[in-house]
Ligand binder design. Structure first.
Ligand code: FES
Length: 115
């Protein structure tokens, strides 16, 4: 079992190792989408990029990033400055404890924005 701590929602859930982050969050009633994306999203196919989360602790317990996720995040403004922490919840498997920030804001003035 692994513990996911959702910081914005102040909620902890227990999930089996290898669980899908998006599916477990939604089952627990935690919203990974914001705004219109609550309705308009790709439902876990990895193509819309709207299920972005930041894994602020325990990134080593997340499954490796695949080509689809890497490509989709590279097209996202929100990824800039968050390259070490941002994942798509629908493409992330939870293999151990982690702390997750849902619906992270854009980091337009992040250290890496203009580099
Ligand atoms: S739900 Fe669309 S990329 Fe995750």
């Amino acid at each position: 079992m692994a513990t996911i701590t959702f910081v914005n929602e102040k909620k902890e859930i227990q999930v089996p190792a290898g669980a899908n982050l998006r599916r477990e969050a939604m089952t627990a009633g935690i919203q990974v989408y914001s705004g219109v994306n609550k309705v308009l999203n790709c439902h876990g196919l990895g193509s819309c990029g709207s299920c972005r989360v930041r894994i602020t602790k325990g990134m080593e317990n997340a499954s490796p990033m695949g080509l689809i996720e890497r490509t989709r995040l590279a097209m996202s403004m929100a990824y800039i400055g968050n390259e070490d922490t941002m994942r798509l919840a629908c493409q992330t498997l939870v293999n151990g404890d982690m702390t997750v920030e849902t619906t992270p804001p854009l980091n337009l003035y992040g250290d890496n924005f203009f580099s």
